[in-house]
Design a protein. Sequence first.
Length: 57
Amino acid sequence: MARKYEKIARELRERITNGTYPPGSTLPALPELMATYEVARETVAQRGCRPLPTRAW
């Protein structure tokens, strides 16, 4: 079973590549991600989003 932060990173990556979050758009705010995944701020900010590449899609 995947850890919550791995699930967050995987789902965000999938949404970026499938066009849900197209170039120039922003990801949901931390409070929204926290509520969606029912996790603490650190889980989203430090572990869920950090693995995402910092390159242009």
